[in-house]
Design a binder for this molecule. Structure first.
Ligand code: BG6
Length: 476
């Protein structure tokens, strides 16, 4: 508990999906667990005109639909709702933002101490610039003020240049120390455990390199089609949607060297180095796909270009497998595959470490090299595939798995990624956020192929919805 302190969270884009289904429920869970101070306020800002009372009703309805019943304690819920305020205005009006600023000041007078204020920009990229401008011009932000910070959500641009332009916009108003770039994958338990697994256990480090590991695959799949998200998705594609951010962050944590300590500067420095060592990707390193009709999650699914929200004849990739190479002593020659797709057989995220063959095999019974699988979702766990003798006569070998699941091992609910990251940002801890340098490196890796894909100059193979992606996937 961080009591005696006062904290204020301002959600810009408060009527949007992210705010209502992720941010406000996560803040509620933090509130009920006692992680937030008594002097705490949430203020929402969006275009729709409504009173705080009306907004609270919407929030309440969403909470009742999304929070587990056992957590919905009526007295907590009512107290939480009381801490919520709502302001409406347009995103490009300094005058409306001034009203928000005055409103916030009034809310803050009820606190015994000056609160820290965290702005969450849960807004579409099209209004990003006017919002930052209005925040600055209305006097809400002083550059470098340690008591005011901002969380920004992806997309952080759509290529290197636009990411730099966005960086400049932010830089006019905020110091880098005030900016929290969120990637919710960094708040997932199995991802946060990567560093613990590597650096708090002795047995992994000696084999965590090109001498023992044959390949590493980060495989992300979803059994959902694009549906109504085509407007956004067709401009982005799967590489911008999940590979350049979520999957690359996983790769960085897998590949980085041990930081000198578990503090945000040391971790960021090592992650930056790892990302910087990734060689630029060409189209020869990619297999791209786009789903056509099929059956997904038990339901018939129309093809991507038949979706109403998708332009006819679009060549946008809904699947990609990308082979990355890391040019450093530890990883030289080890392919890292980043693979992601929409409308596949299931929804899951796994990291697969394929080990090399044992040299000079003395057994005549067939068996496979070791494999370590980190299961991120839906059920987090760690599986280590080893070769074992089958009990009984003769020398027959079999691949078996040592299987650890978070459910069995800890028997407690996993906190949501947003819950964890929001609390960190409220407390000013940047360990699990992305810094500017790393962001720009990550765009530099993908921008050359994205330009070609955007221009329609890349081959995109069809695959049926509900399958594992295009047949051509195994070519790289
Ligand atoms: C988002 C993408 O960043 O991550 C979505 O825009 C994707 O397309 C989502 O579905 C996946 O997140 P999670 O936590 O459900 O795996």
């Amino acid at each position: 508990m961080i009591n005696n302190e006062s904290r204020s969270v301002v959600i810009l884009g408060a009527s949007g999906n992210l705010a209502l289904t992720k941010l406000l429920p996560s803040l509620y869970t933090l509130f009920t667990s006692g992680a937030l101070p008594q002097n705490f306020a949430i203020s929402g800002y969006a275009r729709t005109a409504m009173s705080s009372e009306e907004y609270r009703k919407i929030v309440e309805e969403n909470l009742r639909n999304s929070i587990e019943e056992t957590l919905l304690v009526e007295s907590f819920l009512q107290e939480y709702l009381k801490s919520i305020h709502y302001f409406s205005g347009s995103y490009d009006s300094v005058e409306d933002f001034s009203k928000l600023h005055v409103g916030l000041a009034e809310i803050h007078t009820k606190f015994p101490s000056k609160p820290t204020v965290l702005y969450y920009l849960s807004i579409p990229p099209s209004v990003f610039e006017p919002v930052i401008h209005s925040l600055r011009e209305c006097g809400a932000i002083e550059k470098g003020d340690p008591d005011v910070s901002v969380i920004v959500e992806k997309p952080f641009g759509y290529d290197t240049e636009s990411a730099k332009a966005l960086g400049k916009t932010l830089d006019q108003t905020f110091d880098e120390s005030q900016i929290f770039r969120i990637d919710h994958y960094l708040g997932k338990e199995a991802i946060m455990n990567l560093m613990v697994m590597r650096f708090a256990n002795l047995i992994f480090e000696p084999v965590w390199n090109r001498n023992y590991i044959d390949s590493i695959t980060v495989a992300w799949e979803e059994d959902k089609n694009i549906g109504g998200r085509g407007g956004y998705f067709d401009k982005a594609g799967i590489i911008r949607d999940v590979i350049q951010n979520h999957l690359l962050q996983i790769l960085a944590l897998v590949a980085m060297e041990k930081p000198r300590s578990y503090d945000s500067d040391a971790i960021m420095a090592e992650k930056n180095k790892a990302v910087k060592s990734i060689e630029q990707i060409t189209l020869d390193d990619c297999i791209l796909g786009q789903y056509i009709s099929g059956v997904c999650g038990g339901k018939p699914v129309i093809g991507y270009t038949d979706e109403e929200s998708v332009p006819d004849g679009s060549k946008r990739e809904t699947f990609a497998r990308i082979k990355c190479a890391i040019n450093n002593h530890r990883w030289s020659g080890v392919p890292f595959y980043l693979q992601a797709g929409k409308a596949l057989t299931k929804s899951s995220t796994e990291i697969i470490f394929q080990f090399k063959e044992v040299p000079g095999d003395i057994f005549s019974s067939p068996h496979h090299p070791n494999k370590l699988i980190i299961e991120v979702q839906p059920d987090a766990g760690i599986k280590f595939c080893i070769t074992n003798k089958v009990p009984g006569k003769g020398m027959v070998l079999k691949d078996v798995a040592l299987d650890f699941s978070y459910d069995d091992g800890f028997n407690k609910a996993m906190p949501g990624a947003y819950e964890r990251l929001l609390l960190d940002a409220i407390q000013g801890d940047k360990t699990l956020f992305i810094n500017y340098e790393e962001l720009i490196h990550s765009w530099e890796i993908f921008t050359p192929i994205l330009e070609k894909i955007d221009a329609g100059n890349a081959e995109v193979f069809p695959y049926h919805a509900g399958t594992n992606g295009p047949e051509e996937t195994s070519r790289i």
